[in-house]
Design a protein around this ligand. Structure first.
Ligand SMILES: Cc1cc2nc3c(=O)[nH]c(=O)nc-3n(C[C@H](O)[C@H](O)[C@H](O)COP(=O)(O)OP(=O)(O)OC[C@H]3O[C@@H](n4cnc5c(N)ncnc54)[C@H](O)[C@@H]3O)c2cc1C
Length: 306
């Protein structure tokens, strides 16, 4: 059974930290405990203490793909914030907390091609490996050499590309390596003219701004695209574009995005997700699979700390 303060003696662990401010969508209740750490030793101390105390551990990156429920998250939520970037011999190594757009811009500045797509993925390296993030025709699986992952027993092992078993928005971190934390990853890059890399990076950013809601809080694509089709097309064909529930709305610009138009709650988002899913199933017989990650508890009192 968890004890009342399992993280006593570890600096920087906050109780009842509001998670809305750690979510790009801006919603979510509190974490029972929360810590942001930037090095491997500090992460290991938390991972081991959580394991030994029977406290569930939830990793959070930049919160760009995660819907945090209104009742908050029981246990310990950790943001691994190593934002390091190093480049040598055709490989860039990113800390698990490095933001992908930052990596894309740094690579462009140095004339390194390969991770231009990162400009379209507003999340961390660690989570992007976890979800095999990709944008406009390229994805993590295309460029990852290997990554270092910390297991729940604190041991770090290196997984090469094949061991990550990447597929569309999938990696082994979602099943056989669930509970491992990606602490750094190495990506193959090729030298190129810096202006050309920057032009391609800017093109991706332009396409993104033209086709997706931009400058308004969202979670990215809500559903994975079903084989041979696009979730946004199916949702739009059901007439759901622009549908509002509470403070959330199926975006006018792209029906596979839900935007926070006015103090949305997670419950508002889930209702729109349910309606879109059910309508598409009814009309097209397609069982849309969620791409967003949902964490936490729906009820306000779930963590016992609200
Ligand atoms: C406007 C917008 C546009 C987007 N466009 C795209 C796009 O084009 N392509 C795309 O793929 N995604 C897109 N996304 C989704 C999102 O940016 C990616 O999924 C990104 O990789 C998530 O990173 P994050 O740090 O925000 O992850 P979070 O949302 O914080 O976490 C996502 C998952 O990763 C896990 N996780 C976090 N850190 C680690 C770690 N170090 N080790 C292991 N697991 C970890 C979490 O537990 C959670 O399950 C978009 C999102 C937004 C808001």
């Amino acid at each position: 059974m968890p004890v009342s303060d399992p993280f006593g003696g570890i600096a920087g662990v906050l109780a009842a930290e509001p998670l809305a401010k750690h979510s790009q969508f801006g919603v979510g209740g509190p974490a029972q405990w929360f810590a942001q750490v930037a090095d491997e030793a500090a992460l290991r101390a938390l991972v081991l203490r959580a394991r030994d105390s029977g406290v569930p551990l939830t990793m959070l990156g930049a919160g760009s793909n995660t819907l945090i429920l209104d009742g908050g998250v029981r246990g310990l939520v950790v943001r691994y914030d190593d934002r390091s970037f190093t480049a040598s011999d055709g490989v860039v190594m990113l800390g698990g907390g490095c933001m992908m757009p930052r990596a894309a811009l740094d690579c462009a500045r140095r004339g390194l091609a390969g991770v231009e797509f990162g400009i379209g993925v507003p999340g961390t390296c660690g989570a992007s490996v976890y979800g095999n993030a990709g944008a406009f025709g390229a994805e993590i699986a295309d460029v990852l050499v290997d990554c270092d992952a910390m297991a729940p027993d604190g041991e770090v092992q290196t997984l090469d590309n094949a061991a990550c078993r990447f597929a569309y928005r999938f990696s082994a971190f979602k099943n056989s390596f669930a509970g491992n934390v990606v602490i750094r990853a190495r990506f193959r890059v090729t030298p190129d003219d810096a202006a050309s890399v920057r032009r391609r990076t800017d093109d991706i950013q332009r396409q993104r701004k033209a086709s997706q809601p931009y400058g308004i809080r969202s979670l990215g694509s809500v559903f994975k695209n079903p084989p041979g089709d696009a979730a946004g097309r199916l949702i739009e064909a059901c007439g759901l574009k622009g549908m509002r529930w509470g403070g959330a709305q199926i975006a006018e610009k792209h029906a596979n995005f839900i935007v926070n138009v006015e103090r949305a709650t997670a419950a508002d988002v889930l209702e729109l997700v349910r309606r879109a899913h059910d309508k598409v199933a009814e009309r097209f017989g397609v069982d849309l699979e969620r791409e967003i990650v949902v964490v936490g508890e729906p009820a306000l009192s779930a963590t016992g700390i609200a």
